[in-house]
Design a protein around this ligand. Structure first.
Ligand code: NAD
Length: 392
């Protein structure tokens, strides 16, 4: 099959196995060439392991610290006529590279919100790793089925309180125009917290503790984004921000349980905005990220998933000495994004940008390249006219 990108709105419905493998290899190479001799995790569970920040966490664990990894993901398998989703191909490439290094790496393609996923993961941990010393929670999901009641919750991306009108970029048509987002009602806020809040993270940690598969001194982290004025009305101060606030509550509850018996700890880690399948679905974010990339690339402070997670592990979680925590107890990795100088340059671009000057004022081409690369497209040394077998 000759595989070309098929874009539908903010998703690409095809993925290229060779390109996805390149994407994974580039991240492995980054870690291999930057790692230092630091004591890190040895047995890691990554929930949401196949794309974005979760994939980078798995790669850093395995290729930075020689850790065994168990991953949980929700991906589409390939068929004769249809490609797999990118996360499937990423995971195949990751597992192959880890096996070549002699590391245990297995992945469960299941709904992480279910009780079965937790029980399957526990069985695999017992069988292959004994106990885990790091649990990364990196899900980006639009809906969640409560495993105990069967109720299904869907998240919404809406402001809270009053309607918000903001510049927005249609990444298909390259058109910049205002969109107005109606405020969420209480139900929508509640549902979003159910999906993207901390409840499921706590359920995972409770299940793992109960099954006695958490090692002494275990660490766990979930990922969040906060942002500043430009994105606040549609992110930090919106439904998704409420869900993310709930992670802070969950981190405290998890830490309270882990500290007592195991000397463990739960952290929320705040990461920078960048292009992933999840962030491209959030209104306003593609325009913000395009402007941010322009400014941060000019300043030489641009980072992708692997640089952020490598920094999180090597300079914070596994560094010698105390962590740099904010007043809420979160680890902050997005200082460069939030610097006043960066934010004010992004705000200047924001005020002036329109459909005609998009390429001149922002790094939309960089945004688009990165978006294509998420699905394995746009790598120089991949022959995209070649016939490839989608089944890997
Ligand atoms: P992503 O879309 O790249 O990856 C999401 C992962 O979740 C995939 O591995 C997918 O398979 C998995 N997943 C989704 N639903 C699942 C389910 N039901 N069961 C099992 N696995 C499932 O997302 P991302 O952007 O890397 O986001 C990961 C976390 O990082 C999120 O909490 C997000 O809010 C946070 N974050 C993202 C950004 C950003 O700009 N992208 C910034 C800061 C924090």
């Amino acid at each position: 099959m000759v595989i070309k990108p098929k874009i539908r709105g903010f998703i690409c419905t095809t993925a290229h196995p060779v390109g996805c493998a390149k994407n994974v290899q580039e991240q492995i190479d980054y870690v291999a060439s930057h790692k230092t001799d630091v004591d890190g995790p040895k047995n890691v569970l990554v929930i949401g392991c196949s794309n974005g920040y979760g994939l980078a966490s798995r790669i850093t664990s395995a290729f930075g610290f020689n850790a065994n990894t168990l991953g949980v993901m929700f991906e589409k398998e390939p068929t004769e006529r249809r490609t797999a989703s990118a996360g499937w191909y990423n995971t195949v490439a990751f597992e192959k590279a880890a096996a070549e290094k002699g590391l245990y790496a297995e992945s469960l393609n299941v709904d992480a919100f279910s009780n079965e996923a937790k029980q399957d993961a526990i069985a695999k941990i017992k069988q292959n790793m004994g106990k885990v010393d790091l649990v990364v929670y990196s899900l980006g999901a639009p809906r969640r089925k409560d495993p105990n009641t069967g109720d299904i919750y869907s998240s919404t991306l809406k402001p809270i309180g009053e309607e918000v009108t903001r510049k927005n970029l249609n990444t298909d048509t390259r058109e910049v125009s205002d969109i107005t987002l109606e405020p969420a009602n209480d139900d929508e806020i509640f549902n979003t917290v159910k999906v993207m809040g901390g409840e499921d993270w706590e359920m995972w940690m409770d299940a793992l503790a109960e099954a006695d598969v958490l090692a002494e001194g275990v660490k766990t982290t979930a990922y969040t984004y906060i942002g500043k004025d430009l994105t606040w009305p549609i992110y930090g101060g919106a439904t998704i921000g409420k869900a993310k606030e709930d992670l802070d509550r969950a981190a405290k509850a998890i830490s309270a349980k882990l500290e007592g018996s195991l000397g463990g700890k739960g952290y929320v880690s705040v990461l920078k905005a960048l292009v992933t399948q999840s962030s491209s679905a959030i209104p306003v974010m593609p325009l913000y990220i395009s402007a941010l990339y322009k400014v941060m690339k000019e300043e030489g402070t641009h980072e992708g998933c692997i640089e952020q997670i490598f920094g999180l592990f090597y300079k914070e979680i596994y560094a010698d000495g105390a962590l740099n925590l904010d007043s809420t107890g979160r680890i902050r990795m997005e200082d460069n994004e939030l610097k006043d100088s960066v934010q004010s340059k992004v705000a200047d671009i924001w005020a002036k940008v329109n459909s005609d000057n998009l390429d001149e004022l922002t790094d939309f081409s960089g945004y688009q390249n990165e978006f294509y690369r998420l699905f394995g497209f746009g790598f120089d040394d991949v022959d995209y006219d070649a016939d490839v077998n989608p089944i890997v």
